[in-house]
Design a protein around this ligand. Structure first.
Ligand SMILES: *[C@@H]1O[C@H](CO)[C@@H](O)[C@H](O)[C@H]1NC(C)=O
Ligand SMILES: *[C@@H]1O[C@H](CO)[C@@H](O)[C@H](O)[C@H]1NC(C)=O
Ligand SMILES: *[C@@H]1O[C@H](CO)[C@@H](O)[C@H](O)[C@H]1NC(C)=O
Ligand SMILES: *[C@@H]1O[C@H](CO)[C@@H](O)[C@H](O)[C@H]1NC(C)=O
Length: 597
């Protein structure tokens, strides 16, 4: 049996190779893969079925058929716990089943034997070759980053303590030069400033830091996140690091809209001019998203024929537009308020009641459409992934009403490779940046606006600001916990980035308030940290975003990997690419180049 058969059954690469000794020469295990050999010592043929524990209520899928007295090797994914079910070929009774998390590069054997007087079947798992620790690269990366941070933080002290007089002078000169630079920069950047007084205005550094942090994580995650599943989008329900980034952006957009509009109001920019600027920006964002982002070398040229109408930048642009128009038409307030009302502690909300009304109406619309819109051949209010999920009852219902609305509006010009496709074996397209989710992205941006209003209204009352951020974080966090019942799949509304479900938005709102609060405290209140290095990409976000999308898959940002059997090279490559973009942003900052649209 020298015939090697490599079938592509979903995320399992199946391999049936008879010759054990030749196996390794023929098939190199890649990262997140293990080799599993079934030894059938029963007097009949069996079929092995599998399902992944991450796949909610999924049907068992056939993995391999093993003839009696033979063995078969398959390559299995090590990302999630697998449940294996052994059944006779002709029949559906379960002989045995087991749940196991396989580990990277391990070789496992599953022995099926008859034992005892009653001919009971026993399945026993043995480890033939011990696995690698897949998290070692992560630990190394963490230690390196931590030591670089510590070194960087202690650098000024080291210099101060041990430098010669001459060197110290030079460094002092350098420092003065730098701080002068940044002063000029602040003047150049009059946008989203919190006006402290008429003469001095300072940019809110924590917001730039937050934006830069999100962008850095986004670049890392888009480059592949070291190949770890938790740095990639969740297959359907659930929350991974990759899912955090976009809502953070939306939140930041909301905050910047409030701060920027406030300073423009103060300068007396007429609303018509504001509106023109907003419209122009939206159009440019959408055009960039529409023309460039659909194309990336990785997609191949096919991406032109499957022109995708919704997209990340389109959604960001539209959300920005709605938030900005809302802010343009809400009357400008002279703050802080002079008179004393009982509602003064929540003046940041009461004064904007029309905006609240709009948001409540929008959210009601989302809930109604999601849960009441009848979708042909699908249950009303379906939130699942379809495919083999939910016991395979609704294979074509991926995304329920959200997908239905998108298909109705855009036809086939939506995203064809949703994150659930592989795990759930779905066939229908589903766009994670669809129309229905945009409603909730506006709500998310509104939370960001709320943060901006808090910063304005309670200016110089840092305790008040931080307390409000904390309260908002708590309220949103608790509502997310209730909505999702603190589970991944069983909640009233599961946390889901594909659908931008309500619980996802409240959960992310909670995280955003807390994170911005911490950064505000550390960067702006205490000034312990200047936000480096995140502040550099944060001040050039469009440039870095577009740049990394267009150039990301060329040298020197990435290259063809030589060692695909572990996470080491992948993680290094992705961190290298990310660091390079941060460095480019730093150079642009030094050159005072800021791409604005
Ligand atoms: C197992 O399958 C093989 C080929 O598929 C067949 O030749 C053999 O007779 C089967 N064995 C039993 C015990 O059914
Ligand atoms: C698998 O079966 C082949 C014969 O079909 C045998 O030569 C080989 O040793 C077996 N491998 C293992 C690991 O038992
Ligand atoms: C097993 O097969 C029998 C008939 O072959 C069928 O009636 C029964 O529903 C099957 N059970 C399952 C769980 O598929
Ligand atoms: C799902 O769609 C496919 C083709 O797109 C069709 O063949 C199949 O019958 C549909 N399944 C259901 C349950 O509607």
């Amino acid at each position: 049996m020298n015939i090697i058969k490599i079938l592509n059954v979903s995320f399992f690469t199946l391999l049936s190779a008879g010759m054990c000794e030749r196996r390794n020469q023929v098939y190199m295990l890649k990262m997140d893969q293990a080799l599993l050999t079934f030894h059938n010592e029963l007097p009949y043929n069996i079929t092995v079925y599998y399902t992944s524990d991450y796949c909610y209520k999924c049907l068992y899928q056939p993995l391999a058929t093993v003839e009696n007295g033979h063995n078969i090797s398959v390559v299995v994914s090590t990302q999630f716990t697998l449940t294996l079910r052994i059944a006779p070929v002709d029949g559906n009774s379960t002989l045995c089943s087991l749940s196991q998390t396989f580990e990277e590069a391990g070789h496992y054997s599953l022995w099926m034997r008859q034992s005892g007087l009653l001919n009971d079947v026993t399945c026993s798992l043995t480890v033939d070759r011990s696995p690698n620790n897949a998290y070692l690269p992560l630990l190394a990366a963490f230690l390196i980053l931590a030591s670089v941070t510590v070194f960087w933080a202690s650098l000024p002290c080291i210099l101060r303590c041990s430098c010669t007089q001459r060197l110290r002078k030079r460094i002092c000169l350098f420092c003065c030069h730098r701080s002068q630079n940044s002063m000029e920069m602040e003047e150049a950047n009059d946008e989203h400033c919190v006006d402290k007084s008429k003469t001095k205005s300072s940019r809110l550094k924590s917001l730039d830091t937050f934006r830069g942090f999100s962008l850095t994580v986004m670049v890392f995650v888009n480059y592949g996140g070291g190949g770890y599943w938790f740095f990639q989008h969740a297959p359907w329900n659930g929350l991974t690091v990759a899912d955090l980034v976009m809502p953070w952006f939306v939140f930041i957009i909301g905050t910047s809209v409030v701060l920027a509009f406030n300073s423009m109001h103060r300068k007396g920019v007429p609303w018509l001019q504001l509106l023109r600027k907003v419209t122009w920006r939206t159009i440019v964002l959408m055009l960039i998203g529409f023309c460039f982002m659909n194309y990336s070398p990785r997609d191949g040229f096919l991406s032109w024929s499957w022109l995708r109408i919704p997209g990340v930048l389109q959604r960001l642009g539209f959300t920005y537009f709605v938030l900005a128009v809302m802010q343009t038409f809400s009357p400008h307030r002279e703050i802080p308020l002079r008179e004393h009302n009982w509602w003064n502690p929540i003046q940041d909300m009461v004064l904007y009641w029309p905006e609240w009304l709009i948001i409540v109406l929008l959210e009601t619309m989302w809930l109604c459409l999601t849960f009441l819109l009848p979708v042909p051949n699908c249950p009303t209010g379906y939130l699942g992934a379809g495919g083999i999920g939910d016991d395979g009852l609704y294979p074509n219902c991926t995304g329920g009403a959200a997908a239905y609305i998108d298909r109705w509006l855009f036809g086939d010009n939506i995203f064809w490779y949703p994150t659930c496709k592989v795990l759930y074996h779905t066939t229908e397209p589903f766009d994670p940046e669809g129309v229905l989710g945009t409603i909730n992205s506006i709500v998310m941006g509104f939370f960001g606006m709320q943060a901006g209003k808090i910063l304005l209204f309670f200016h110089k009352m840092n305790k008040g600001i931080l307390a409000r951020f904390l309260i908002w974080g708590l309220i949103l966090g608790i509502s997310a916990a209730i909505l999702s019942k603190c589970t991944r799949d069983e909640g009233f509304i599961p946390v889901n980035k594909n659908l931008w479900s309500l619980s996802f938005v409240t959960c992310m709102g909670c995280l955003s308030f807390l994170l911005l609060g911490v950064m505000y405290f550390v960067v702006d209140v205490k000034e312990w940290w200047g936000g480096q290095p995140f502040i550099y990409p944060g001040m050039n976000s469009i440039f870095v975003y577009v740049g990394h999308s267009l150039l990301g898959f060329y040298f020197p940002f990435s290259w063809e990997m030589r060692f695909q059997d572990s996470h080491w090279e992948k993680l290094f490559q992705n961190m290298w690419g990310t660091a390079l973009w941060v460095f480019i942003a730093y150079l642009l900052y030094r050159k005072k180049f800021f791409l604005k649209i």
